[in-house]
Write a protein that binds this ligand. Structure first.
Ligand code: UT7
Length: 331
């Protein structure tokens, strides 16, 4: 009997309509289009402007897009995982709310937070649930409203991030397609370089913390960059090696969209040509948990059954890793 693997069988996505371009950012902070483009590869990002709308607003729309396109009956979904660093509320699962709103009335649901690696780790969780034989339909949504935790007077962070959501459905596969291998890592040394100081259990919200802008993202970009370049490239090369994949065997690199230079370094180390590298950082910036599913959303039509995809991510914590997946359908 064939081993049951976990395959992606449907994809959905959502990005807000509002476009924040580099040109507009030039009027907000001391920056310029040339610097942002050459240092990061970003030209514009989407920002969620709807009032009283949080991450779930986008997660629900990405899931509904998947349900419609994939002709999925939401009542058959077993588990809804929302990968996010910006939950609607500090307590109360965003995923539980999303599941109810999309009609996944028979599902259990929870959030997974591993900064920019949240979706990658979520893929691993979904695959394990499917492979265990316990669950048949697992919806993984990567969604972040990064604009809710950014200081738009800090040019070192506000130019990088954007808002968005992407969703994928995992189902059992008996043809050997889907997740083949994974290599996940973390290292707490990274906490000092990329964090939000206040609002958690160490430093709860107070008048003082708000005044000191400690509820915004802080990043020591240079240090994060060094770790990201070496670690993302290393795990991607490692997963190729241990699965005996040459660059010719890899059809697509699906890299976290943090910085075009990090993506190029990873592709170089793997020996993968640039036309095999999924990119949308120019249009969306770094959407944290949404980067990987939004790439699948954008590139779905170009993917063919049997294609070998290497996913790679790196994020705060530090957290990072790589997943090797065989695509399971033609659109
Ligand atoms: O997704 C989670 C993981 N995150 C990442 O992977 C992000 C990793 N880091 C990066 O992508 C890059 O470090 C950044 C894009 C954040 C910054 O690029 P960099 O090439 O590392 O720039 P830098 O921080 O070394 O700054 C170079 C110069 C500095 O000026 P001086 O000291 O050389 O005079 C900065 O003050 O650029 C200045 N600078 C800016 N100039 C114009 C910093 N931000 C800006 C800006 N516009 N927005």
């Amino acid at each position: 009997m064939n081993k049951t693997t976990a395959a992606i069988t449907a994809v959905g996505g959502y990005v807000p309509d509002f476009v924040l371009s580099n040109k507009v950012l030039e009027t907000m902070v001391d920056t310029n289009d040339e610097w942002i483009t050459s240092r990061t590869g970003i030209k514009e990002r989407r920002i969620l402007k709807e009032e009283n709308a949080g991450t779930s607003y986008m997660a629900i729309r990405a899931a509904q897009d998947l349900i419609k396109k994939g002709n999925v009956d939401p009542s058959e979904i077993d588990f809804v995982l929302v990968a996010t660093a910006t939950p609607d509320l500090p307590v109360a699962s965003t995923a539980a709310y999303v599941a109810s709103e999309i009609g996944a009335v028979n599902a259990f649901a929870y959030d997974l937070q591993a900064a920019c690696s949240s979706f990658l780790y979520g893929m691993s969780t979904a695959a394990s649930y499917i492979e265990s034989g316990k669950y048949k339909k697992v919806l993984v949504i990567g969604a972040d409203k990064m604009s809710s935790i950014l200081d738009y007077t800090d040019r070192t962070t506000c130019i990088i991030f954007g808002d968005g959501a992407g969703a994928v459905l995992f189902e059992p596969n008996e043809e050997g397609l889907g997740v083949q291998d994974e290599y996940l890592r973390s290292d707490g040394v990274g906490r000092q370089f990329l964090k939000i100081d206040a609002g958690g259990s160490i430093l709860p919200a107070s008048e003082e913390t708000v005044k000191n802008k400690q509820h915004y993202v802080y990043q020591d970009g240079k240090s994060v960059f060094k770790f990201a370049v070496s670690n993302m490239a290393e795990v991607s090369a490692l997963i190729m090696e241990r699965n005996n994949l040459s660059h010719e065997d890899v059809q697509w690199l699906v890299p976290h969209q943090a910085n075009k230079r990090i993506i190029d370094a990873t592709a170089n180390r793997m020996g993968v040509d640039s036309e095999k590298v999924m990119i949308n950082i120019d249009r969306y910036g770094n959407t944290t948990s949404a980067t990987l599913p939004l790439l699948l959303f954008d590139y779905e039509k170009q993917l063919k059954k049997g294609d070998n995809l290497i996913f790679a991510a790196f994020g705060g914590g530090f957290t990072w890793g790589s997943i090797y997946l065989k695509w399971a359908y033609n659109s």
